[in-house]
Design a protein around this ligand. Structure first.
Ligand code: NVA
Length: 308
């Protein structure tokens, strides 16, 4: 049966650990010159993106190239998913001519419908609801920078309960870590995802905590994480969100009052969710974090396509 990675709801701890271990061991072998590039597979990975991308596109190209898979990219203007052409028809065409599909969409429903009609594995490369590939890369980064294993890590996410927060909280709950969310009223992770996070936490003994005050939320954390206040597709809400998120900016004094490292999935809006230049603070790991997108995705593709 084909395996997909379109959300984190059906991912269990064992599978997630397998993905992470494949990613970490591939990185180690790459850095130690054991495997600079795997043998060509004669396979094709298609990237179909409805939204802009820097890190996701580049890291998928790097991952596919490392795995000997040929990447083909369609930009937001080219295909017209669900408009110019039916989603189900596109999925069936790509099932004939490719071996893997990587989708970035406005709506999670588009990815779900695509996956139902696809015979080849489908990866969610960001939707309005989830960004699961970011979350797996982030776990690799946290494991590299923090001593304890994830089930002993406290991560404080300051900001919108958006796609990035949702996937990261799910991964933490699968692995049994503590995820603290600090946001203004009305910007919590949606209930249907919180229900899933609570279910995972029952199994893993992880914790999800909502703490409105960012100072209290980050005091004893190992990681302080933030993302944009206005995600792609929400541009009309930008001014309103800037007003409501006042008081939730991550700045140097917040970092210096805690032992935490600082993470951001990027792009960052300097002067909004972070103070100007915070990405270069000595506690920031954001650029190493960006690079680890490659290795999370190498692990994921190896797992989905059964590549040894
Ligand atoms: N939450 C952001 C993440 C960008 C990588 C967005 O969806 O625009």
């Amino acid at each position: 049966m084909k395996k997909d990675f379109i959300n984190l709801d059906n991912v269990n701890k064992k599978d997630l650990e397998q993905i992470l271990n494949l990613g970490k061991s591939s990185k180690k072998n790459y850095l130690e010159n054991i495997d600079k590039k795997l043998n060509s597979t004669n396979k094709t990975g298609v990237l179909l993106f409805e939204k802009p991308s820097l890190r996701t596109k580049l890291s998928f190209f790097k991952a596919l190239n490392y795995l000997g898979i040929n990447p083909i990219y369609f930009d937001p203007k080219e295909v017209g998913m669900g408009g110019r052409e039916k989603i189900s028809d596109i999925a069936k065409v790509l099932s004939k001519m490719s071996d893997l599909v990587i989708l970035r969409t406005f709506k999670q429903d588009t990815i779900e419908e695509f996956s139902l009609n696809s015979d080849v594995p489908v990866i969610n490369a960001l939707s309005d609801e989830e960004h699961p590939c970011q979350a797996i890369g982030d776990i690799i980064s946290i494991s590299e920078k923090c001593e304890p294993s994830i089930n002993e890590i406290k991560l404080t996410f300051i900001g919108d309960g958006n796609n990035v927060a949702t996937s990261l909280a799910k991964v933490f709950s699968i692995l049994g870590g503590t995820f603290i969310h600090s946001c203004p009223k009305g910007f919590e992770i949606p209930d249907k995802h919180l229900d899933k996070i609570n279910d995972f936490n029952k199994l893993s003994k992880g914790n999800f905590i909502l703490e409105r005050d960012p100072e209290i939320a980050s005091k004893n954390s190992d990681v302080i994480y933030t993302d944009v206040w206005t995600s792609m597709g929400q541009e009309s809400e930008k001014e309103d969100r800037k007003e409501k998120f006042k008081g939730y900016q991550v700045n140097a004094s917040l970092l210096e009052n805690s032992k935490a490292i600082f993470m951001h999935d990027l792009p960052a809006h300097h002067g909004e969710e972070i103070s100007e230049g915070l990405v270069d603070h000595n506690k920031s790991i954001v650029f190493d974090q960006a690079e680890n997108r490659i290795w999370g995705q190498v692990g994921l593709i190896r797992y989905l396509m059964n590549l040894k």
